[in-house]
Design a protein around this ligand. Structure first.
Ligand SMILES: Cc1cc2nc3c(=O)[nH]c(=O)nc-3n(C[C@H](O)[C@H](O)[C@H](O)COP(=O)(O)OP(=O)(O)OC[C@H]3O[C@@H](n4cnc5c(N)ncnc54)[C@H](O)[C@@H]3O)c2cc1C
Ligand code: SF4
Length: 337
């Protein structure tokens, strides 16, 4: 890593001030905990003229519980998410995902907003400037060729944030604030399937908060990840699951993946598993759906084939665990009432 490049730093006290600073300076970037952005600055990947530090913005720091549901400010730290007893009781996937991110030092500074907006990762990209220059850079930044898939014009760098899948399965929406006003979109719509431009957030927008419907508290949910170092590491594959059960049969099921594709995403086709018990046949079908849609490429030192397989196995194990079903569980389901 190199020395930090020169930049100006401003600390707004409100979201309105932050968006005004972004609007006034085209080269400005938001800084939250800095645990993703600062290493990228030191690798010479980003060269912002101004960092807008959100650390002093009070209205981003609350967790609100109401009849409408759960609202979490983008500035809430991962340590707080992991430690909140109400999240641990009713929104287990969130606290499990937050607790699995990086190490305790990172979690005390890193934020929800930074985690949802973190950059995609690739062994050819997360390198020092001289390393990337020695390899003629790559499509994602400054080069002409993707070293992972040289024939194509697509960047396959993987999104490796742990919180996004947990929030996706719980039906999260996000509020984006810009100078012209605020808009609310489904979290799923924040992400695009392109490792070089994976966020739909517009220049000048601040992710202010995440909202979950009250109904999400009634779901059983969880998050599991495979990683190279258990103490602190990005997911090679991460899986979140949320489900509702009636008479041992699944009435609602959502599965989301991270770490395998340029965007975190809800696995399509799991609706077809509704109304069924969590048995070997159902788990086999789920495993196939995950394997078909996870598309890891050679962006980590771990084999892509392993990451696809492990995503599938994690999804099966997590669902079985959340449903409280033994691996041999069988039996019919009553007709829906
Ligand atoms: C050793 C190490 C291990 C790590 N392990 C993991 C891991 O296991 N899982 C994982 O998910 N991450 C991991 N990370 C990455 C990082 O620590 C986390 O993703 C963290 O949550 C990022 O949050 P932050 O607040 O530090 O973001 P920052 O670094 O401050 O920002 C990240 C990006 O988000 C943008 N941003 C920040 N806040 C907002 C906002 N409110 N609105 C719009 N854009 C915003 C910034 O401009 C920047 O582009 C690891 C990092 C390190 C160094
Ligand atoms: S997937 Fe290709 S274009 Fe994207 S970061 Fe890796 S080498 Fe670069």
């Amino acid at each position: 890593m190199e020395r930090l490049p020169a930049f100006a730093l401003k600390r707004p006290a409100s979201v309105a001030e932050a968006v005004a600073l972004l609007a006034a300076e085209p080269g400005a970037r938001l800084l939250a905990g800095g645990t993703d952005l600062m290493p990228n600055l030191r690798r010479g990947i980003e060269h912002p003229s101004l960092l807008v530090d959100l650390g002093g913005v009070r209205d981003l720091g609350d967790i609100g519980f109401s009849a409408a549901g759960l609202s979490i400010g983008a500035g809430v730290t991962l340590a707080r998410l992991a430690a909140d007893p109400r999240l641990a009781r009713d929104w287990q996937a969130i606290s499990q995902a937050a607790a699995s991110i990086a190490g305790p030092g990172h979690r005390s500074a890193a934020t929800l907003g930074g985690n949802l907006c973190l950059d995609t990762r690739c062994v050819f990209y997360n390198q020092s400037a001289w390393w990337r220059a020695a390899n003629d850079h790559c499509l994602k930044r400054g080069g002409e060729v993707c070293h992972v898939a040289p024939q194509g014009r697509h960047c396959h760098a993987a999104f490796c944030g742990d919180l996004a899948p947990a929030l996706l399965v719980l039906g999260a929406e996000i509020e984006l604030v810009a100078r012209r006003g605020a808009r609310r979109i489904a979290l799923a719509d924040l992400y695009c399937d392109d490792g070089a431009a994976h966020l739909s957030i517009a220049r000048g927008e601040v992710l202010a908060r995440v909202a979950l419907p009250a109904t999400s508290a009634a779901l059983v949910s969880g998050y599991r990840k495979a990683r190279a170092r258990a103490a602190t590491d990005f997911p090679l594959a991460g899986v979140a699951c949320a489900l509702a059960l009636r008479d041992d049969c699944v009435t609602q099921l959502r599965i989301a993946l991270t770490g395998t594709n340029p965007r975190p995403f809800l696995v399509a086709g799991v609706d077809e598993l509704n109304g069924r018990p969590v048995d070997a046949d159902m788990l086999a079908k789920l495993g196939k759906l995950v394997q078909k849609q996870a598309s890891p490429m050679r962006t980590t030192v771990t084999q892509a084939h392993y990451r696809r397989q492990v995503a599938s196995v994690l999804a099966q194990r997590l669902l079985r665990e959340l449903a409280g079903a033994p691996s041999s569980a069988t039996g019919g389901c009553p007709e829906p009432r």
